[in-house]
Ligand binder design. Structure first.
Ligand code: URP
Ligand code: ZN
Ligand code: ZN
Length: 490
């Protein structure tokens, strides 16, 4: 039987190794991987190119209201187009519950928006800000059973923050239902206290955002979140890790066998607080939470990605425009407390890492695949359908030209943010052809699929949850003891 599609003569790279094999695709799925395959109905000659699993971006904000009530600039169309041009074939953004929202409505609304517009495949996480009885006992368990098997909670932001009691409640539901909790770990009151003192003294410029979001706030909250997860007996994903202190805390927990996982993002590898220190409001383009830190932090993050202390690299794409709809609600008078937090990165994420990581020898191509695709699929219940090139997996493929130079600029990117914090940077290495379930999505710098052609992914149990439930005895000391006393089923 002929193949619908073949990619031949390239070097195929997975997280566990590289091989010179051809790929044959039938019905959107990889049907064969071996040298010398016959030409399919459509054939791509990948000679001199690297053939990688399409990127999986498991942390991005799309068509979502922020904690401040601002709708972000990218909808499911612009976000998935931008992601595809950047070498991705799957995204997992957040259906966001705000206080007073019921989860079923949040999910129904988000599903409708995505189905009409997405051009690549997508799953959902949830953001939980309203952990009332209905959410915890009925709606969240139902959402998890329906394949939304991870959700994010915030330890900061006035409108989203959960207290420790609520965090424990949420972690407990995750444990019983088999979901993974992602946490934004920053100490709210440290930031609030610093910010208030800075603003009172007239220090309102963007650069003070990095002062208010002190590394200590991240370190304290990271430690606390891990302690809460240990008490609840639930694995935890610490997202957007930015500091050596947080890395050390995560590594210490891991050394004890506690299932704590970590993620970092381009803004922490490629920006520093100095980028925020610019005249006027320009620095707002680099403000996210946690903020970019310094060179020492960057080195520690690179190392943690390589050693696996941090298992993945996501964009945390948070698309707010440099105008009154996002970064500048009060124009030039906007204080750092009033601007939308977050930076764009869906499209630049992979080329930045490929260029600065693979092409400089700082990480191997296999490590690149691992932290940008495979670990996302494993962690969030999509493996081996996504995140790997293997017979039986979806034909989600990015063909990379490792020597092509591209200068990043807002004008060539496909999101609707209108700026990029990486403006003017030249990267080496670019995903020239992107294939999603056997459909060529991007080729010759053009889009070849329609809005709504991406598919919803009902996700399985996250790998960290499966690993923890295998009973490895990681619950330590007091919490293990407490289990005998407070659990209904104990
Ligand atoms: O500043 C950021 N990261 N904004 C996006 C929301 C979040 O906290 O991830
Ligand atoms: Zn966050
Ligand atoms: Zn985020």
């Amino acid at each position: 039987m002929t193949f619908d599609f073949t990619i031949r003569h390239g070097t195929v790279v997975n997280a566990d190794g590289a091989a010179s094999v051809d790929i044959g695709v039938r019905d959107g799925v990889i049907a064969a991987m071996e040298p010398g395959l016959p030409v399919g109905l459509r054939d791509i000659d990948a000679r001199g190119r690297f053939v990688l699993p399409g990127g999986v971006d498991s942390h991005c904000h799309v068509e979502q209201l922020s904690g401040m009530g601002l709708m972000c600039a990218d909808d499911f169309y612009s976000a998935t187009v931008s992601a595809a041009f950047g070498g991705n074939t799957t995204i997992i953004p957040f259906g966001a519950q705000h206080r007073g929202n019921a989860l079923p409505e949040v999910i129904a609304d988000y599903s409708r928006r995505a189905a009409e517009k997405a051009v690549i495949d997508y799953g959902f996480h949830l953001i939980l800000a309203n952990p009332d009885e209905q959410t915890l006992r009925v709606d969240l368990p139902q959402a998890i059973r329906d394949g939304i098997t991870s959700f994010k909670v915030f330890m900061t932001y006035d409108a989203l923050k959960l207290d420790d009691f609520q965090m424990l409640d949420v972690l407990d539901v995750a444990r019983t239902e088999g979901a993974l909790v992602m946490v934004h770990a920053e100490n709210h009151d440290m930031i609030r206290w610093l910010a208030q003192r800075l603003v009172e003294r007239g220090h309102k410029a963007p650069k003070y955002h990095a002062v208010a979001h002190t590394p200590l706030a991240e370190a304290e909250a990271t430690y606390r979140a891990i302690a809460l997860s240990q008490l609840a007996g639930t694995p935890l994903m610490i997202v957007h890790v930015s500091t050596p202190e947080a890395i050390r805390t995560i590594a210490a927990a891991q050394a004890l066998g506690v299932p704590i996982y970590g993620e970092t993002c381009p803004q922490y590898l490629f920006l520093t607080a100095e980028d925020i220190d610019q005249p006027g409001m320009e620095g707002a383009k680099f403000c996210c939470s946690p903020p970019p830190r310094d060179g020492v932090a960057q080195d520690a993050l690179w190392e943690a990605l390589k050693t696996g202390v941090l298992r993945m690299y996501s964009s945390d794409h948070a698309p707010y425009r440099f105008d009154e709809t996002g970064k500048l609600p009060h124009g030039n008078k906007t204080s750092f407390k009033q601007m939308a937090n977050g930076v764009p990165g869906l499209e630049a994420r992979l080329p930045l890492l490929f260029s600065a990581g693979v092409n400089t020898g700082r990480m191997t191509m296999e490590q690149f695949v691992d932290v940008s695709a495979t670990q996302h699929a494993r962690t969030y219940g999509l493996y081996p359908r996504k995140g790997v090139l293997a017979v039986g997996s979806d034909a989600d493929i990015a063909v990379w030209n490792a020597t092509r130079e591209v200068t990043l600029s807002a004008s060539m990117l496909h999101d609707r943010v209108g700026y990029t914090p990486y403006e003017g940077r030249t990267v080496t290495g670019w995903p020239e052809i992107v294939v999603s379930r056997g459909r060529v999505v991007v080729e010759d710098n053009a889009l070849h699929v329609e809005a709504g052609s991406g598919a919803y992914l009902r996700r399985g149990t996250p790998e960290p949850v499966l690993a923890a439930s295998s009973g490895s005895g990681w619950m330590m000391g007091a919490s293990a003891h407490a289990f005998g006393t407070y659990r209904d089923e104990a």
